[in-house]
Design a protein around this ligand. Structure first.
Ligand SMILES: [Zn+2]
Length: 115
């Protein structure tokens, strides 16, 4: 069984090698294949890996988190995007907590009146 895999593996590795050389000629093709962007949509592509993002802020966050070597403009954009994201997360937590408290006391009041 092992020899059978080895014999079949040779043909498979040739195929893989041929695919590798085909894909390494243009590094952006696999990314474009993986992420489908509608033709009428505006996409902000990462300058390092080519991954498209719907919003510029998301691309800036991706740059800071996935690519370490940022220029001064990219670093400033990342920090601004991170601060905006932190504010949104804080707002989401406060609203979530408020809804949970409202739900808790709503059920408590319902239980007190109807139970
Ligand atoms: Zn990237």
């Amino acid at each position: 069984m092992r020899g059978e895999n080895g014999a079949g593996g040779d043909a498979g590795t040739d195929e893989v090698r041929r695919l590798d050389t085909a894909t390494t000629t243009d590094a952006r093709d696999p990314i474009a294949d993986r992420y489908e962007v509608p033709p009428e949509a505006t996409a902000f592509a990462c300058p390092r890996c080519g991954r498209p993002f719907a919003r510029e802020r998301h691309r800036d966050l991706h740059l800071g988190q996935d690519h370490g070597d940022l220029g001064p403009d990219e670093r400033a954009a990342y920090e601004a995007a991170r601060d905006g994201e932190t504010d949104n997360l804080r707002r989401f937590r406060i609203v979530s907590l408020g809804l949970l408290v409202l739900l808790y006391f709503g059920f408590l009041l319902l239980y007190a009146v109807a139970g």
